[in-house]
Design a protein around this ligand. Structure first.
Ligand code: HEC
Length: 133
């Protein structure tokens, strides 16, 4: 059931055969977050920055691999492999594939938080990434 949810984040907005854009993801996370919590207002770039840069009680933060300023490339903490910039304005391939985005959110949030990120957390992070140029 949860796997089904991950695959349908954008359900209704775009069909899986079409390319998605970062703003499609932002809109989908915002509406999902509102469903999860009616008090939720709108994704916040400053909340997203804080979430991305701080650690959450485990060894890594998002910034451990993606750096504090993800307009540039990062490096995997274990494999040492180069990771291209995460900010969409620095890397046009980011947030264009639902399969890829949800796969990596799931894995990375698991490593950093010990759980998947909520729709609000994803929307906040993306709002911040979209503000970087
Ligand atoms: C242990 C290293 C590591 C950590 C920590 C990490 N990431 Fe990643 N992340 C990766 C790798 C590796 C990829 C996939 C390779 C690539 O896309 O360049 C990736 C890809 C992604 C993508 C895919 C984006 C796209 O459209 O291609 C997103 C979103 C993402 N990470 C967000 C996060 C967030 C949010 C956090 C913190 C909760 C985080 N990452 C923490 C290593 C990490």
């Amino acid at each position: 059931m949860r796997a089904f949810m991950y695959l349908t984040v954008l359900g209704g907005l775009i069909s899986s055969a079409q390319a998605a854009s970062p703003t499609d993801f932002l809109a989908a996370y915002a509406s999902q977050a509102k469903q999860e919590s009616p008090a939720f207002n709108t994704p916040s770039a400053s909340r997203g920055q804080h979430f991305f840069q701080k650690s959450h009680g485990k060894e890594w933060s998002c910034a451990s691999c993606h750096t504090q300023l993800p307009t540039g490339s990062g490096k995997h903490q274990v494999t040492g492999k180069r990771i291209e910039a995460l900010a969409p304005l620095a890397n046009a391939e980011r947030f264009t594939s639902e399969r890829k985005v949800e796969k990596w959110f799931k894995r990375n949030c698991g490593d950093v938080l010990g759980r998947n990120c909520t729709a609000q957390e994803k929307g906040d992070v993306l709002a911040w990434l979209l503000s970087l140029r």
